[in-house]
Design a binder for this molecule. Structure first.
Ligand code: TYM
Length: 327
């Protein structure tokens, strides 16, 4: 059976190289071999304080970035979550089988609320909506970065609970996480992951940064005072992060990069990292700028119609299974 892939991204601007190396590059690569569905999860983006005008723009910009980095609407379904009511409907059904304790243990919920984000029911039940996203299309493979593993575990757990109670409806999905760069770290604090919501712009490389800016950010990345380039995430988290980024961009193993740059000093190494990052992502910005908003909106409109048709068929099976099928 051909695998069905589903993955999502929050339209919150600032898409960075962590998103790209952790997830989106795989989104583009997997299109040839799998049936791929990619969703801009605008309902998820409403779980934190947001501006509706900015959200509307971010949906289109996010789609534009995905198209620019190689998501191809002829091979993948690309749409926004709000276009398909089945996501919210299935989330409600799965919510009735989600123990509160499971949600209270979620790292992202705990981190966000600890950081002062106002908690609300949507933020708390975020993983249930995410499970619904994946299960709605019966996806069995989910390309994501390391930070989403816990949410995929909840998805698997909910699929099993549902199947045990109502019959074999859902495949049990698996996370598809890259070997290197599954967790790209912040450039200003290499013990924290690179994040779209970090108020410090210097902490990340945006996919739309100009080459000069990329170089500046990498040169000023926080490292340590021992000048030897070596992979040691505990003692040298900053250098290890740059090694991972470089390895992910070039495909060269970390050990051979260490051999090459061990004794040349941090300045030379950082410049080499900047060169490969620029070569990897500069074309994305160029293609982004060439895309027209109107065309992108049309891609989303068409994608939404197709996704809705597909989801509707699957959702009737769920509704029948739980006892609320159509009359
Ligand atoms: P989001 O929008 O935060 O991130 C999009 C993707 O980027 C990955 N990622 C990273 N990978 C490596 N290093 C980093 N520093 C880094 N930061 C982010 C994320 O793991 C993700 O794959 N909850 C999801 C969106 C979502 C979803 C889904 C994903 C909603 N429903 C269903 C998969 C399936 C999120 O907030 O991703």
């Amino acid at each position: 059976m051909q695998h069905r892939i589903f993955s999502g991204v929050q339209p919150t601007g600032n898409i960075h190289i962590g998103n790209y190396l952790g997830a989106f590059r795989n989104w583009a690569r997997l299109q040839d071999d799998y049936d791929t569905i990619y969703c801009i999860v605008d309902l998820h983006a409403m779980t934190v304080d947001y501006d509706p005008v900015a959200l509307e723009k971010a949906r289109v910009d996010t789609a534009k970035i995905l198209l620019a980095l190689g998501v191809d609407p002829d091979r993948s379904l690309l749409y926004t979550q709000s276009q398909v009511p089945g996501h919210a409907e299935l989330a409600w059904i799965l919510g009735t089988m989600t123990p509160m304790g499971v949600l209270g243990r979620m790292t992202q919920f705990k981190e966000k609320t600890a950081a002062g984000v106002a908690s609300n029911l949507g933020l708390y039940s975020y993983p249930v909506l995410m499970a619904a996203d994946i299960l709605l299309y019966r996806a069995d493979l989910v390309p994501v970065g390391d930070d989403q593993r816990q949410h995929i575990e909840v998805t698997r757990d909910l699929a099993e609970r549902f199947n045990n109670r109502f019959g074999d409806v859902f495949p049990i999905p698996e996370a598809y996480v890259p070997e290197t760069s599954a967790r790209v770290m912040s450039l200003t604090d290499p013990t924290a992951k690179m994040s779209k919501s970090d108020p410090q712009m210097k902490s990340r490389i945006s996919l739309l940064d100009e080459p000069d800016m990329i170089r500046k950010r990498i040169r000023s990345a926080v490292t340590d005072s021992d000048p030897q380039v070596r992979y040691d995430t505990a003692a040298k988290p900053g250098i290890s992060n740059l090694l991972e980024i470089m390895s992910a961009c070039t495909g060269e193993p970390i050990e051979s990069l260490v051999d090459e740059y061990a004794s040349g000093g941090y300045g030379t190494f950082k410049d080499a990292v900047a060169d490969v990052v620029i070569a990897e992502i500069a074309p994305v910005r160029e293609r982004f700028e060439a895309l027209e908003n109107g065309d992108v909106r049309e891609v989303l409109r068409v994608g939404g119609v197709r996704a809705n048709e597909m989801a509707g068929t699957y959702q009737s099976e769920v509704l029948r299974a739980v006892g609320v099928g159509a009359f």
